[in-house]
Design a protein around this ligand. Structure first.
Ligand SMILES: *Cc1c(COP(=O)(O)O)cnc(C)c1O
Length: 835
């Protein structure tokens, strides 16, 4: 797309020549006052903190944009290879505090606000979360782009700008009620609309084949309904290194042409309605975590992301290199965050062939050497399949290409396994059956040069199970990249007191090399250090209590063990096992078995997908059991069970510093990695967990004596599935029998008969895939070891310090270095004048 280049190197002043913005207190104060008074038009009578937040954010944003342009130019001049991270979700949370940390301006800004009579904490707190994701997968994307910028890597994040993000969760009568999250209602100071980089996206229509002037077969996709994708860019700063990368989110809108056409036919109102239907595409995030969707609108979203992002990258390429694609694969790659954007494989083929005139072989060679796929789950219900019929209606040209890819691919399979018909059926991109389906994961594997899982166990299980045929065919494609979290947000920003103590003790190198946290190991034996550590944990628990107290007027004691499970509500994550244990503790209190008791506060939080019946029942059960326990005078301070409503990034920033015990209790072999486990560990919580996902690697790093391990292994789970008999287990375990009796006799639903029958039924079913009952005894025993350890507070604090000290591996800086060294192979580009 031609656009005018403003010359910034002319000797005289141009419209882009600006003096550098100051980074001192007086500069921030002046900019703040100008924005507050002029741009936002507020004065001292304004009661809302929001405008003060906006004014400070605009001042900070200016400083990001300055560095953003330098980074942009440095990448352009170096003609470096670039990676593009395609993700349907970016769960960014808040931006202000993180931006200030990464600019190195936190202290100055705090002082500037203080001098103006403002508490910076309050401004930070008034920001809405950007909740454009469901859970771990979306948060991973957010941590990844932070680390890419910190590692000076030229990586762009591509996603969708949903008008409504993840719903906000209310709890009414113990049940989840969803409220739409209109996060943009007060505007978003961090984004810049870039209408000049809009892209047209085609839907519907039909294809036509003709022979071009050079005698080659060409396909046109015509009579389409087009929609515009307009990019909104957010600057993504690295940690105090001058690099500012881009997160580009697409918003769907109507094309001018489309409106005009309808208008000429006299249907003005229809034209406006059509605009709405176009804008619907990016209206709302689908709130399903780890489950397939099947809705037309969802496929439209996926295609819009893939097509707009690829067209963007290709038009930048063509702008510089014309139609010469020889070097394209050496200079570009695309990382697909799960199968959601995997239609990109077929879309890149389409653009290269139909728009830029490449032949099949050349286009396929480029596609296969630029696409890389990350798998995020082993759960079969999460494997995306799209009906062939739906595809044909919505994306006819893409379906043709997928069929062609399949023909080529199956020929390769046949050559490798001559005569193996089963193999062809198993591996085909098209699943036969009463309705044909496109297997998106297989499309992603076939079209990629790299396929990775997100923890050692998960990657191994992909190779042995779900993708074993593909692993046999292309073992070299498969690799592991264990997830991580960014220590800037998940330690420096969310736990400043702990971060200060660490920096005072071992220096500040840990912020960009988290393995340096191991220097804390000797301090675990230092009494004074332990005291400081313990005091900081108590302060963090106090803050968590304050957060809790906003809704519930229940007094919690900081002396109690804070036992925390926050994550999406899902049967495989086994919140039910946690509830069974809480009921067991309650039962022990009621029967007077409380010698040597450890007071405990069980906190559970998380959202259920609105259509997930069982998950919603689990929320109701937690609330009902909690209300019995918390209101029983016999129980008192010994036990509390509480549900933390509306779990989200900004809540986790308060929760993880205040946790003592981190519950990571999924059925072994079901949690791909987990990242909540890493945030807790970094903040000195100790894990009680199964041998699942990254728990295994956490255990490896921290050692058995600093981890509470329990439960069946993945192999034991699979081996005992066939003869699993939960009723027999209940019969033989007196404690468990009493717990099940309380549930079955409606002790927690006296006036709501039958509401938990489905949950009870699933626990007692020999076909329960999550085998909750099988792990009850082992979980209770592990919890007893927890209590014994917590009683000895010096020992517990030691364990806490050693967990933090061993968390170095779980920085996304490590993860991203591995992606870069083994998949992307980008050269870091250092930005001049970095500060
Ligand atoms: C880290 C995080 C998750 C992922 O948690 P898991 O325990 O790994 O499932 C989900 N939601 C939010 C808001 C998070 O911050």
């Amino acid at each position: 797309m031609p656009h005018r280049n403003f010359k910034i190197s002319r000797p005289s002043t141009s419209i882009c020549t600006l003096p550098e913005l100051g980074m001192e207190k007086q500069h921030l104060m002046a900019d703040f006052q100008r924005y507050y008074g002029h741009r936002l038009g507020r004065d001292e009578n304004c009661k809302s903190l929001h405008y003060a937040y906006e004014a400070l954010s605009l001042a900070i944003s200016d400083r990001l944009i300055e560095r953003w342009k330098k980074t942009y130019n440095a990448y352009k001049e170096s003609n470096c290879k670039r990676a593009n991270y395609l993700s349907m979700e970016f769960l960014m949370g808040r931006t202000l505090s993180n931006a200030m940390i990464n600019l190195g301006i936190t202290g100055v800004a705090e002082q500037a606000m203080y001098d103006l009579g403002l508490e910076i904490e309050e401004l930070i707190d008034s920001e809405f979360d950007a909740g454009l994701g469901n859970g771990g997968l979306g948060r991973l994307a957010a941590c990844f782009i932070d680390s890419c910028a910190t590692l000076h890597l030229p990586v762009t994040g591509y996603g969708l700008r949903y008008e409504y993000g993840m719903f906000s969760q209310l709890i009414i009568n113990g049940e989840q009620v969803e409220k739409p999250d209109h996060w943009l209602r007060n505007g978003n100071v961090w984004e810049i609309e870039r209408f000049e980089y809009k892209q047209a996206i085609k839907f519907g229509g039909r294809t036509e084949t003709h022979i071009d002037e050079r005698g080659r077969k060409r396909v046109c996709w015509i009579d389409t309904h087009d929609v515009l994708a307009v990019p909104y860019d957010t600057p993504i700063p690295g940690y105090q290194n001058g690099t500012v990368n881009t997160l580009r989110l697409w918003k769907a809108t109507a094309t001018e042409e489309f409106d005009l056409q309808e208008f000429n036919e006299g249907d003005y109102a229809e034209a406006v309605a059509a605009k709405n239907s176009a804008e619907n595409i990016t209206m709302v995030l689908y709130p399903n975590d780890a489950s397939e969707n099947g809705k037309v609108l969802r496929l439209k979203q996926q295609y819009l992301l893939a097509s707009a992002s690829l067209q963007d990258v290709l038009s930048i390429w063509v702008g510089r290199h014309g139609n010469d694609f020889t070097e394209f694969a050496a200079k570009n790659c695309f990382q697909l965050n799960d199968t959601h954007p995997s239609i990109a494989v077929a879309e890149l083929m389409r653009l290269l062939m139909d728009i830029y005139g490449l032949d099949w072989d050349h286009a396929w060679k480029i596609t296969k050497s630029t696409m890389a796929y990350t798998n995020h789950t082993l759960l079969p219900e999460a494997l995306e399949r799209w009906s062939v019929n739906l595809f044909r209606q919505l994306l006819p040209r893409l379906l043709e290409i997928i069929f062609d890819i399949n023909v080529h691919f199956l020929a390769e399979v046949s050559a490798h396994w001559p005569g193996d018909k089963d193999r062809l059926t198993r591996m085909s991109l098209i699943e036969e059956g009463h309705e044909q389906q496109v297997r998106m994961a297989y499309l992603a594997i076939v079209g990629s040069y790299s396929v990775n899982g997100v923890a050692e166990l998960h990657s191994k299980l992909l190779q042995q199970g779900l993708f074993c045929d593909f692993y046999e065919l292309w073992p070299q494609k498969f690799n592991n990249k264990t997830n991580g979290v960014t220590p800037r947000r998940w330690l420096a920003s969310c736990n400043p007191e702990l971060a200060d103590l660490i920096t005072k003790t071992i220096g500040d190198g840990w912020l960009t090399d988290l393995s340096l946290l191991k220097k804390l190991v000797p301090y675990a034996d230092d009494k004074a250090f332990r005291n400081s550590w313990q005091q900081i944990k108590l302060n963090a628990k106090q803050k968590l209590i304050a957060l809790k107290k906003q809704e519930h007027d229940i007094d919690l004691s900081v002396d109690a063990l804070f036992d925390v499970q926050v994550k999406r509500i899902h049967e495989y994550k086994r919140q039910l096992l946690n509830v069974l244990h809480a009921i067991h503790l309650y039962d022990r209190i009621k029967r007077g078995d409380t010698a040597n008791w450890t007071n405990r506060c069980v906190l559970v939080g998380g959202k259920a997908a609105p259509g997930y019946f069982m998950a919603k029942k689990i929320i109701k059960l937690i609330n009902n059991v909690g209300s019995v326990i918390n209101n029983d005078p016999d129980v008192g301070d010994k036990l509390k069970l509480m549900f933390l409503p509306n779990y989200r990034v900004s809540a986790m920033e308060i929760i993880c510093p205040g946790a003592d015990l981190s519950e990571q209790i999924s059925t072994a072999g079901k949690e791909a990695s987990g990242t909540g486990n890493m945030k807790f560990m970094m903040n000195g919580a100790i894990t009680i967990g199964t041998l699942d996902g990254a728990n295994i690697e956490i255990l490896e790093e921290v050692g058995n004596e600093n981890f509470f391990l329990f439960g069946l292994t993945e192999e034991q789970v699979e081996a005992s599935r066939h003869h699993y008999d939960p009723c027999a287990i209940i019969e033989q375990d007196e404690d468990l029998k009493r717990v099940m009796n309380l549930l079955e006799w409606a002790h927690f639903n006296q006036f709501e008969p039958g509401i938990f029958d489905a949950l009870i039924g699933s626990l007692k079913s020999p076909h329960d895939p999550w085998m909750t009952i099988a792990d009850f005894r082992s979980f209770v025993d592990a919890q007893k070891r927890v209590e014994a350890a917590y009683k000895d507070s010096e020992r517990w604090t030691r364990m806490s310090i050693l967990n933090c000290a061993a968390s170095g591996k779980f920085s996304t800086d490590r993860t991203i270095s591995e992606y870069n060294n083994e998949i992307w192979k980008l050269t870091p580009i250092k930005i001049d004048n970095s500060q």
